[in-house]
Ligand binder design. Sequence first.
Ligand code: HEC
Ligand code: HEC
Ligand code: HEC
Ligand code: HEC
Ligand code: HEC
Ligand code: HEC
Ligand code: HEC
Length: 399
Amino acid sequence: MAPLPLKTRRQAPRALLLVMTLLTLCAWPLYAQTVSDTQPEMLPTEPHPKGWWPNEGSAPRDAYTGPAACAPCHPTETAGWRASEMAHALAPAAESRFLRAHPHMSFQRGPYTYRINVEGNQAVYSVTDGSRALSIPLLWAYGTGVVGQAFVFQQNGTYDEAEAAFYPVLGRLDVVAGLERAAPQTLEQAFGLPLIPIAAKQCIACHTTAAVVDGKLQVRSMVQGVTCEACHGPGARHVAEMKKLAGSAQSGETFIFNPARLDPDDLENFCGVCHRTSQRVIQEGLHGLDTVHYEPYRLEMSQCWIMSQRITCITCHNPHEPLQRNPAAYDAACLSCHSGQAKQTAAASASKTCPVATRNCVTCHMPKCRLPLAPFTMSDHFIRIVSPTDACAKSSEGG
Ligand code: HEC
Ligand code: HEC
Ligand code: HEC
Ligand code: HEC
Ligand code: HEC
Ligand code: HEC
Ligand code: HEC
């Protein structure tokens, strides 16, 4: 593994969850800036080839219906999506299943004792150095906990990320991924990371729906989680038109966006608005294992992408279902190109077959890598023959 650069706390290029987009902003501010719940600036724009694009945020709030409105006519998509991780990407902290299961957790970091206690309908976060203590109710839990769950609170008009996060692989709280373990100098620094306004906004925009409306961040009107309308665009018009049409012949115009019509490049960038486009990763100057959890960037490094230009996120993932954890479930996707018959058909362009195995392809070709400054591993979407000297293979040794 490449040595990590020497970091100072406020300048730490936080490899992981926090800062994906912050690196372009160079450094953490030395003081917290105020972020209001109604911010006018727009999010940085992403390639925008079609009518709707995630996080675009130009529609008014009343153009959205919320996911319950879709259920009567699309019961299968709705039921599968409800069980998915994206549906639960953000929730009130006190509703966190981890905090509920462990209502009194603590951990030690140098001189500081961190605690999260669930008290009634509040999750109270506190840090003490033995003589002084800081304490505040947490606002939101970010993430269902595939790899972890992080917590955000608000103080003096600023959103802060708690420095304690929950990691299922550890079964306990630990220092939030991306931060050095070493204890900061002051209790205040040990407590929370003030999020600069653009970071706080992006954090909300990627984990919720309709938080940015009329071009402004409107926290109060957001819908928690990545809902139908985060991907399909505002649905009120579609619902109204489909109700009118019920029973009669379809007109053709559906008044809702279907990403199935995007070409592979556009679809990668579509999911990449939140999962990070290659363009974003390059702009941020990230390298090596720091890029592992940016799936579009990693996938686009693969021969499967370069030589086929047809493999996309939805070749393997159905956004209306939970993440599939059984490696064998991905075999059909690999074999749709690598079956040996593929070269005969115009539809698939792979010619190579595996000389080693016929099953569980992803266990060898999409290895799980340990990320820098994180206790967990993530699946590398750079599909390849992994050599024993590979940085990813080494990152997972013994851990
Ligand atoms: C009253 C029933 C009804 C409701 C409510 C409804 N839909 Fe639909 N939806 C339909 C019908 C019918 C079609 C098929 C239209 C066609 O093929 O011409 C459709 C098609 C779609 C499509 C494919 C569109 C295309 O152009 O390919 C998407 C995506 C979709 N709906 C999403 C949603 C979402 C998201 C919601 C909730 C905001 C929703 N629908 C609510 C009836 C409904
Ligand atoms: C509006 C932002 C957004 C868009 C657009 C988006 N995602 Fe996600 N996605 C997320 C967030 C946030 C999570 C993390 C959910 C969690 O675990 O809490 C996630 C999680 C996932 C997961 C589950 C694994 C995990 O770690 O939770 C898969 C698979 C996934 N997304 C695939 C896709 C695909 C495929 C697309 C494009 C069709 C897409 N996503 C588009 C925000 C988005
Ligand atoms: C550009 C969109 C984006 C921004 C900004 C963003 N996230 Fe995420 N987040 C995601 C996606 C997508 C995932 C799914 C896992 C992955 O691909 O890394 C995720 C995953 C996570 C997870 C792990 C979820 C799990 O189930 O294991 C946590 C925790 C998290 N984010 C917290 C945050 C916090 C806190 C912030 C703000 C400081 C933030 N994220 C900012 C898109 C974003
Ligand atoms: C993370 C993005 C994402 C979310 C969230 C999402 N979808 Fe989709 N949806 C897609 C993509 C991509 C496609 C096209 C590929 C496919 O059919 O899987 C699609 C296709 C569809 C279609 C058309 C299916 C067809 O056979 O043509 C319908 C209907 C639909 N979604 C409804 C919903 C509803 C209802 C919800 C919420 C309960 C929802 N979607 C949530 C990304 C998403
Ligand atoms: C859309 C078609 C497609 C899909 C799906 C696909 N691949 Fe590929 N893959 C290719 C093409 C094309 C190549 C270039 C070599 C060739 O023609 O076989 C390739 C190359 C490879 C290589 C050789 C890489 C190298 O550096 O030599 C491996 C290993 C591989 N694929 C494994 C997989 C696995 C495992 C999966 C499923 C997780 C998968 N592929 C899914 C099209 C695909
Ligand atoms: C060739 C198949 C394949 C393709 C294509 C693919 N994925 Fe995955 N993805 C997987 C596998 C396998 C896992 C690991 C599942 C598990 O945890 O066992 C995974 C896991 C994930 C996770 C969970 C976090 C992690 O990395 O462990 C996210 C998020 C995700 N994929 C998003 C995406 C996005 C976004 C795209 C499109 C850029 C994409 N995937 C394309 C096979 C694929
Ligand atoms: C036990 C680990 C393992 C599993 C499981 C596995 N592979 Fe491989 N695969 C390898 C290794 C190692 C090589 C390199 C072999 C060599 O170069 O002699 C390889 C090579 C390949 C190649 C390149 C072949 C070439 O001619 O260059 C492709 C394509 C491939 N695998 C696809 C797959 C697919 C598809 C599956 C699932 C059906 C799969 N692999 C399952 C270990 C595995």
